[in-house]
Design a protein around this ligand. Sequence first.
Ligand SMILES: Cc1cc2nc3c(=O)[nH]c(=O)nc-3n(C[C@H](O)[C@H](O)[C@H](O)COP(=O)(O)OP(=O)(O)OC[C@H]3O[C@@H](n4cnc5c(N)ncnc54)[C@H](O)[C@@H]3O)c2cc1C
Length: 613
Amino acid sequence: MSTRNPRPVVTFPIVLRELTVLRVADVTPGMRRVTLGGPQLRAFHRDGLDLPALRTEGFDDHVKFFFAEGDEPPVLPGQNVSSLDWPVDARPLAKDYTPVRFDPGAGEIDFDFVRHEGGVASTWAQRVKPGEVTWIAGPKMSHGHPEGADWLLVVGDETALPAIARWLAEMPAGTRARVFIEVGEESHRQELETAADATVTWLSRDGAPAGTTDLLEQAVRSMAWLPGTVYVWAAGEAVTLKGIRRHIAVERQVPREQSHFTGYWRRAEPAPGPLEDTVPKDEEAHERLHELTDLAPGFAIRTAVTLGLFDLVRGGVSGSAELARRTGTDPSLLGALLAYLVAIGLLEADGEAHRLTPVSEELVEDDHSSDEYHLGGAQAAMDLSLSGLLHTLRTGEPGYRTAGGEWVATAMHTDERLAGSARVAVEEEARWVAPGVSGAYDWASVPALTAGGHGVGTLVNALVKAHPALRVRIAALPSELRVLDEQILDTDVSPNVELIPQTGPVPHGGSTVLVSRLLERLADEDAVLILTGAAAALPPDGTLLLVEQIRPTDPDDIDATLQHLRLACLFGSGLRSQDELSALAVRAGLRVRRCDDIGWDHRLWVLEHSAGQ
Ligand SMILES: Cc1cc2nc3c(=O)[nH]c(=O)nc-3n(C[C@H](O)[C@H](O)[C@H](O)COP(=O)(O)OP(=O)(O)OC[C@H]3O[C@@H](n4cnc5c(N)ncnc54)[C@H](O)[C@@H]3O)c2cc1C
């Protein structure tokens, strides 16, 4: 079955823009519209960087607004090539809002702010005056209208109203849609324009506080369900959405990829009591040490996810014996695992019956959790790889082998789940790098490109969309080509792409060859061999384009530090510096013509034969 995302995605470099408030007006008593403008809505130059014009192509795009705390000026992130540098010493105060209207010609963009008690963003919108300056970053991506659905179910509270109003206005004529919108009171309803075949149901809380009613859930439960394939989009208060999500997944059996749920805000929890302050310091240190060294919760949770235990409990299977039967496990040992999960707050027990807790609800509701924590997936291999850290530190070799005793690089050839989840992760990451790759080279001068490596499908999607005349040959193993064809390459891109079955990892043929993120899974000597092979296949005037992630110089970038250690444990590679990667190319008989920062700690090397080769 194809798991292609029904909503096509396009990503943009993330840009911080300084804008001016042009107008402020009330759409309803509960919603204030702030119109922003200024030269930085267009392409502009700052700190030596050429930054692109703002783009917003999806109804539920969002930007971050940056606010000041008290009388201090706002803490702003720094600008990189395609992304932002978040300061570690002082956290920017940022809130998400939906662009409801963007008119690039007039140089204006509108945002609708819900009026609510407290909150720096809501208060700012109530007080701000035309002429004042503000900062936004994004949108960083746009999701398109879902393809292949017979009808849409659209659900949201007033924070989702800007997105819903924009969607209805942009929806293809005749689209069948059932729309449920919750507002604080009748006077907060808006006139919504649409060419769609949409029925809009307004639900008023009649003054009850936002996030305290189940009006939306009851309305969705009691609606007349339409025939055909549905796509469900829901946004609003996070806890309120849970019941709707459960109903859609369990009772309506809507597959995960046919729905998009986003918690737009969360009703504040009561402030923690003074208990924490009374814990003595040395006891605190002991507790902290225990927390940091305890491997048991991580293994227990991952095992339960891999068995599908939390999904079964959510589906109403709650007794220990039945859970053991359905998961094919030993009843007595599963009983012990259940008891441990109860003890660490992942399940609640009521006699023999088990229920999810807010923590395990996160696990079943978050779209990524089942992949992230499944013991057969690539993320688990990344996490488990650190069990080989000692060996890797002492020898520089990969220290981790799978449960079957294989190196991960070997296991990937035969283990489809491991290889598949690694592929999905790299293709996701490639979305962010793609705009940088597209902008860093003169693709119009390339009649035909040969491409290979990890994340290459997503890069090719972006390149062909930006340069529709580009013809591409992607070389890979047949099984990888099948996945690219069925799941990764966009349908409008496929006609430009020829898929070439090939045993080796380096694409051969053609005078411009693109190799993406191949070296990060290879030890130095293997990387040199691969590059030497690529160089040998390149015609004398050919160009080899290499995309790789580099090791950031910032020691506070803990995610990158961990990624470095994990890659070393898995493949004996680790993240390399720009100079280290350039040196590998030189050892392979190549000359670095250029190396450009393409954002997200990635570089694009333009390589050619060394003189005399
Ligand atoms: C992708 C995305 C798009 C969004 N688009 C919009 C949009 O276009 N317009 C919009 O108004 N909001 C939108 N939101 C929601 C908005 O970001 C949150 O409501 C945000 O918390 C408001 O920040 P604040 O500083 O005003 O309040 P906070 O400091 O976050 O919260 C202060 C208090 O107010 C409560 N609170 C927060 N939001 C609300 C609310 N809406 N109603 C009642 N109480 C609230 C909190 O529980 C807390 O007690 C969006 C959120 C996301 C994730």
